[in-house]
Design a protein around this ligand. Sequence first.
Ligand code: SF4
Length: 133
Amino acid sequence: MTAHDRERLARHLGLDVPAMLADCAESVNGKVRLRAGADGYCVFFKHGEGCGVHQGRPDICRAWPYFRGNLVDASSWEMIQTDCPGVNVEAGHALFVREGVDYLYEHGLVHEPGDDSPHALVLDASLARRKDP
Ligand code: SF4
């Protein structure tokens, strides 16, 4: 979670950032992430309901399924088709990439070189170019 993610999630939960981090986050290899519950899923995942903090979820969750790996690697995109019913298999990977790049830009989920926004997702130049028709 970026600093922006932490502040938004803490606000959503009605906590200050240190309290939110103590309740639901952990630090791994210098990065702060949400903890998993005893079932191995995100501590906010509710079986049968989905995300329990939808309005406050981190940017990485907002970016799904347009993760960089799924954009640059068609085989990764093929693998997520098993678990993500929203992926339109018939439309193909090229359209997935175009729509994904548009979505990431439209939702402020892109961090480009020189951009000091708090967002963590990075599109390299080859992907950034794909936003143009
Ligand atoms: S969308 Fe993100 S915050 Fe919500 S349950 Fe899934 S991993 Fe957790």
